[in-house]
Design a protein around this ligand. Structure first.
Ligand code: NAD
Length: 276
């Protein structure tokens, strides 16, 4: 698929992996809708155990893409809310006359023992990570069908392999992989391709605001960045973290790969294979 002039929604685009994906599609000449919570971050029910992106981050991301000549509009969405997803797609179609590519990237994580894990945290993780993909796909598909289109879901290597104290997140990302395969089979006759990307370890706010603090106490005296690098060196076969741009490159590949559907592409330095 030629990406110039195509219309792309990226959820969770204010920062991290989503921002890199928005930048990558904009640099290919696509019309990018950078969607994130924006001011909804302070709406009741959206508070979380670490800071989700601030209202200003969303407009800053879109503004910085426009500064170098990319086409990018910031738009607010809560992917766990049906009306909000419908509104995002309706505004996109109104502005650009259609929708070609949907990237479901918004996500959150919380670690904790299964014995003590709060039901409300489990429900929120599933509402954003899994139901959010369903709601966005349901809103987008009627418009994608007009042209044949692409859905790319950002799952995780945690969706392929469980880990201790990470049951809600792992289960939600396994759900994304299952949803990807089912949608790929169901939508193939409409020429809509559906694929997932499973990143490994990307040093985004999800990692440095939350995961490193809670997981990497075995690297005392090191900064979060140093602890993260040491952890990756010790546990990842290729010994390196993934850059947000590497996940974005995989998204560009899947957007163009006309014969590829139903895959969950690991971009994880071999984490899925492991070292032993
Ligand atoms: P991040 O926390 O930096 O970015 C996630 C974005 O999603 C934030 O901007 C946040 O505001 C937004 N978001 C959260 N809830 C939302 C909602 N209800 N509606 C709309 N937006 C919402 O995290 P990241 O590391 O960039 O993660 C992006 C995706 O990649 C997530 O789905 C994550 O699970 C996945 N992932 C990340 C890693 C990693 O190592 N960072 C590894 C595997 C998978």
């Amino acid at each position: 698929m030629e990406l110039q002039g195509k219309t792309v929604i990226v959820t969770g685009a204010a920062r991290g992996i989503g921002r890199a994906i928005a930048e990558a599609f904009a640099s290919e000449g696509a019309n990018v809708l950078a969607a994130d919570l924006g001011s909804l971050v302070s709406a009741p029910g959206t508070d979380w155990h670490y800071s989700l992106s601030a209202e200003t981050e969303l407009s800053r991301t879109a503004g910085e893409i426009r500064e170098w000549g990319g086409i990018c509009t910031a738009i607010e969405v809560d992917v766990s809310d049906r009306a909000s997803c419908q509104n995002l797609v309706a505004k996109t179609v109104e502005a650009y006359g259609g929708l070609d590519i949907l990237v479901n990237n918004a996500g959150l994580i919380k670690l904790g023992s299964i014995a003590e894990f709060a039901e409300s945290d489990w429900e929120r993780i599933f509402a954003v990570n899994a139901k959010g993909v369903f709601l966005m796909a349901q809103a987008a598909i009627p418009h994608l069908e007009e042209k044949g289109g692409v859905i790319i879901n950002i799952a995780s290597n945690a969706g392929k392999k469980g880990s201790p104290f990470n049951s809600a997140y792992c289960a939600s990302k396994s759900a994304v992989i299952g949803l990807t395969q089912s949608l790929a089979a169901e939508l193939a006759q409409s020429s809509i391709r559906v694929n997932a990307i499973c990143p490994g370890n990307v040093f985004t706010p999800m990692q440095f605001d939350y995961l490193v603090k809670h997981r990497l106490q075995q690297y005392p005296g090191q900064s979060y960045a140093e602890a993260f690098d040491a952890f990756v060196e010790d546990t990842v076969p290729l010994g390196r973290k993934q850059a947000p741009k590497e996940i974005a490159d995989a998204a560009l590949y899947l957007a163009r790969a006309n014969s590829v559907t139903g895959v969950s592409l690991s971009v994880d330095g071999g984490s899925g294979i492991g070292l032993s």
